[in-house]
Design a protein around this ligand. Structure first.
Ligand code: AMP
Ligand code: MG
Length: 341
């Protein structure tokens, strides 16, 4: 398949180009587009064959449901059952980097939801994503635009590495803002349950919903509840190389030195502040220990970069499980082949 690359400036775009991409969606084709979280691999959510092709292009297991993306919150009302009170609450958080699991109506095809009676919906804030969905005049089903198992793409170059020749169009809209997939919250039971931590933190969720449940599997401390969080059982975000995560602690520097001795040519992904302790070892900087936003934004890019070097192991410094750190650690624990606590 020949993949067309469409350059579109998110801050100053010609609607003509968006319309061109929307024609592909309407024709049942695959379109990669930027969102504020990561790049998405989209198709018309109401076209079963088109959605099936998403799974094929990514090599994604068919029991891992997709998120349906809408340009306006009001548009979800045709596809989900939701009471007025809850609708008002989710309105506060949209558009934005958060996905709501809700009871679905019949018009959402089973292939999107892996046969469940719930559907995950999101209203992205990214101007290209919103315009594309609007011009396509249909919800767009989209997982992240990477090969299944690989780190999510935060830069158009990552998409090209993984999907060139496997999709019809890649919209190049530059680097994304957050670099972490959306927060996923299940709103089908009395107490909202966090299924995937993301840019919208538990603190923020409590402001809107009051009490929320955070299952142990979010912290890697229990097996994933597959009935509720079907996609989370899979290994994700993973470099091909052996990847060791060092959980945050005061004596992390000593631990890393001890560990690094076991390898010929280790690569440490370190905080800016810690780099000086590893002057004799190869390092990549994850960001500042004072700025989790910076680390989150860079996360998937440095995992991909680390995988391309000739080092024999990746050793990565973890952050604290607080605020955005919960999301960062959730991804790192999934990416790691080994965890040192
Ligand atoms: P991705 O498309 O890779 O960002 O992943 C979307 C994730 O959202 C899936 O892996 C699921 O864990 C979750 N998800 C999607 N639809 C549902 C649903 N109906 N119920 C529960 N979780 C869902
Ligand atoms: Mg993904």
């Amino acid at each position: 398949m020949q993949t067309k690359i469409l350059e579109i400036d998110p801050l100053n775009f010609q609607l003509e180009k968006i319309k061109e991409a929307a024609e592909y969606i309407k024709a049942g084709k695959l379109v990669v587009f930027p969102t504020e979280t990561v790049y998405g691999l989209g198709a018309n959510a109401l076209d079963e064959t088109a959605v099936k092709n998403i799974f094929i292009a990514k090599g994604r297991p068919s029991d891992n449901p997709l998120i349906a993306h809408f340009s306006d919150i009001k548009d979800i009302l045709d596809f989900v059952e939701i009471d007025k009170n809850l609708f008002e609450k989710i309105k506060i958080l949209t558009p934005g980097p958060i996905t709501f699991v809700l009871k679905k109506k019949k018009n959402i095809p089973d292939i999107v939801t892996a046969g469940r009676n719930t559907v995950a919906v999101r209203i992205p804030a990214h101007p290209i994503a919103r315009a594309l969905i609007k011009e396509s005049n249909t919800p767009i089903a989209a997982p992240s635009a990477n090969l299944s198992g690989k780190p999510s793409p935060t830069d158009p170059q990552h998409v090209i590495e993984d999907l060139n020749g496997r999709v019809d169009i890649i919209i190049n809209g530059g680097k994304v803002d957050f670099g972490l997939e959306s927060t996923v919250i299940d709103l089908t039971e009395k107490i909202p349950t966090l299924l995937r931590p993301g840019p919208i933190t538990p603190e923020k969720l409590r402001e809107i919903f009051g009490k929320i449940e955070i299952p142990e599997f979010i912290y890697g401390k229990a097996k994933v509840d597959v009935a509720r969080a079907p996609g989370m059982k899979y290994r994700h975000y993973a470099p091909d190389k052996k990847t060791i995560l060092i959980e945050y602690s005061e004596n992390r520097i000593e631990k890393i030195h001890q560990l690094a001795k076991n390898y010929k040519n280790p690569l440490i992904i370190a905080f800016k502040e810690d780099e000086k302790y590893f002057s004799e070892i190869d390092t990549l900087i994850s960001g500042s220990i004072e700025n989790y936003f910076e680390i989150a934004t860079n996360l998937f890019a440095f995992l991909r970069e680390a995988d391309k070097t000739n080092n024999d192991v990746i050793i990565i410094e973890g952050v604290e499980d607080k605020g955005l750190g919960i999301s960062i650690m959730n991804r790192l624990r999934k990416a790691a082949t080994e965890i040192w606590r």
